[in-house]
Design a protein around this ligand. Structure first.
Ligand SMILES: Cc1cc2nc3c(=O)[nH]c(=O)nc-3n(C[C@H](O)[C@H](O)[C@H](O)COP(=O)(O)OP(=O)(O)OC[C@H]3O[C@@H](n4cnc5c(N)ncnc54)[C@H](O)[C@@H]3O)c2cc1C
Length: 455
């Protein structure tokens, strides 16, 4: 039987002073991510690693004692992927913040603790651009982005995180540090193992460095804010647009979200509209603007506001980025991330509205609409157990609906712990079996983030 206290002291002693946190108050910070999973427990310790070697020391200790390890970046995850375990430790990469940029190859080599916004800023200082832009880009880490294969607002045109990952260094469950891929634009030597770790949610290894492809600077964008009296008109306009062009942004907010954001920002959003679309084109081709405008007019847009002014356009984008914190002011959230093939988007939106009505709940809806990726935000009052139960039922019904429509239970946030029970329903038993075999090969003692993705 493991003597937990003595073992943790061994870990404390093996690393420089201040790296391993064991005081109970401080450990609460490492207990939950933004999903606020009720099952989260206070971990035995949090290792605030400052180097790959620190991660290796902690992993070797955990492997020796078979102690579960929950990897953690900035803790903004929305699926309970960084939910801590009482009999485990957290290895957090928040202190690993180095970056170097090679403008010739157009790559950045980044430690995982740097925030997405800091990677963008460092690239911009060299006249370059790192596109993936989760709404949380100012508060989430690049390591967390890789581990969840994060999406965002510009992904409809520019792709998601994995499209920018050329290589990485990973500490495996036995403490070995391995490099996959690297700063080579073309490289097909062996299996593309770095891709296996993108979206692996801390279940296969701990990412301690990543090599990212950078782009030339983002071109100037023209922004349209378009209002609709019905959600059916709005979703029809989305399909009309995506059938013709690939905008650089196509975001959706429903009435509940518009009102929550307007309560916070007071920017004159139309509170009576059923839906707001925020579309952008950055191709410099005037026909794209005409196509978006004509599609919105064809589907009875009640107002179309169009601006080439970047700062003004950014105000609408900021309104969309502020949606989750704004809706959070109205209660606790169960936050979904379901997506469908684009032609099924109207069915998904209508189905979510029906579930909200049947369960007598507010389900605010935002979407990276151009990707068919929606975030139903189920609002409930945690002091009302019966309401919380209805919210839990709606949470499952929405994922069942997405699966029935040929969609996914998660487009960008990951399965984590909170969506794990629905994974087999989407991918099937054979895919789950392959996933288990890969996990078994890389983490035979199941110490890396047990309970995330797989039980
Ligand atoms: C307001 C708000 C808006 C958001 N908008 C978006 C959005 O538009 N698009 C989007 O994709 N997400 C969005 N998110 C979710 C979240 O920000 C992303 O999932 C982000 O990628 C998580 O990064 P993090 O550093 O906070 O990771 P964490 O929450 O700390 O961890 C997330 C997962 O990654 C694993 N992990 C973290 N670091 C490592 C590492 N170094 N090695 C191995 N595994 C690791 C963890 O174990 C966990 O499973 C939003 C969140 C909030 C709060």
């Amino acid at each position: 039987m493991l003597d937990v206290d003595i073992s943790v002291q061994d870990l404390v002693d093996a690393l420089p002073a201040g790296v391993v946190l064991t005081d109970t108050d401080g450990l609460d910070k490492y207990r939950w991510d933004r999903a606020l999973d009720p099952a989260a427990e206070r971990p035995m310790a949090a290792v605030r690693a400052e180097s790959t070697e620190h991660v290796q020391v902690a992993m070797r200790w955990a492997a020796e004692h078979r102690v579960p390890v929950v990897p953690r970046g900035a803790g903004t995850g929305l699926s309970g992927g960084a939910t801590a375990l009482a009999h485990g430790i957290v290895i957090c990469t928040e202190r690993m913040r180095a970056i170097s940029i090679d403008p010739t190859t157009r790559v950045a080599v980044v430690q995982p603790g740097l925030l997405n916004a800091e990677v963008k800023a460092a690239a911009a200082a060299h006249g370059l651009w790192y596109p993936p832009d989760p709404s949380s880009y100012e508060i989430c880490s690049i390591g967390g982005n890789i581990a969840t294969n994060a999406g965002g607002l510009c992904c409809v045109k520019y792709g998601v995180t994995t499209d920018y990952v050329l290589g990485m260094q990973v500490v495996l469950s036995d403490g070995r540090a391995v490099r996959f891929g690297g700063p080579r634009v073309k490289d097909v030597a062996g299996l593309a193992l770095h891709k296996l770790f993108v979206g692996s949610e801390g279940t296969l290894g701990i990412i301690t460095e990543v090599t990212l492809r950078l782009m030339p600077p983002a071109p100037p964008a023209h922004t349209l804010a378009t209002w609709f009296a019905t959600t059916e008109d709005a979703t029809a306009a989305i399909l009309d647009i995506t059938a013709q062009i690939r905008p650089s942004m196509l975001e959706y907010m429903d009435r509940a979200t518009i009102n929550a954001v307007e309560d916070e920002l007071h920017m004159g959003l139309d509170r009576t509209a059923a839906a707001l679309l925020i579309a952008r084109t950055d191709s410099g081709d005037a026909r794209e603007l005409e196509i978006i405008t004509a599609a919105c007019e064809r589907h009875q847009a009640t107002e179309i506001y169009s601006t080439a002014d970047e700062a003004e356009g950014e105000l609408f984008v900021a309104a969309r980025r502020g949606a989750i914190p704004a809706v959070e002011k109205h209660g606790r959230l169960l936050l979904e991330d379901v997506g469908v093939p684009l032609p099924r988007l109207p069915d998904l939106v209508a189905g979510i509205e029906q579930i909200a009505a049947a369960r007598e709940l507010t389900i605010a809806l935002i979407a990276h609409a151009g990707d068919g990726n929606t975030h139903p935000l189920i609002v409930f009052d945690p002091s009302q157990p019966e309401m919380e139960q209805r919210a839990q039922l709606a949470f499952g019904e929405i994922m069942d609906l997405a699966i029935a429509l040929g969609g996914t239970i998660t487009g960008e946030h990951g399965v984590g712990r909170m969506k794990q029970p629905w994974l087999e329903g989407q991918v099937g038993a054979d895919v789950l079996d392959v996933t288990r075999r890969i996990k078994q090969a890389l983490d035979p003692d199941n110490i890396l983030n047990p309970g995330a993705i797989l039980i």
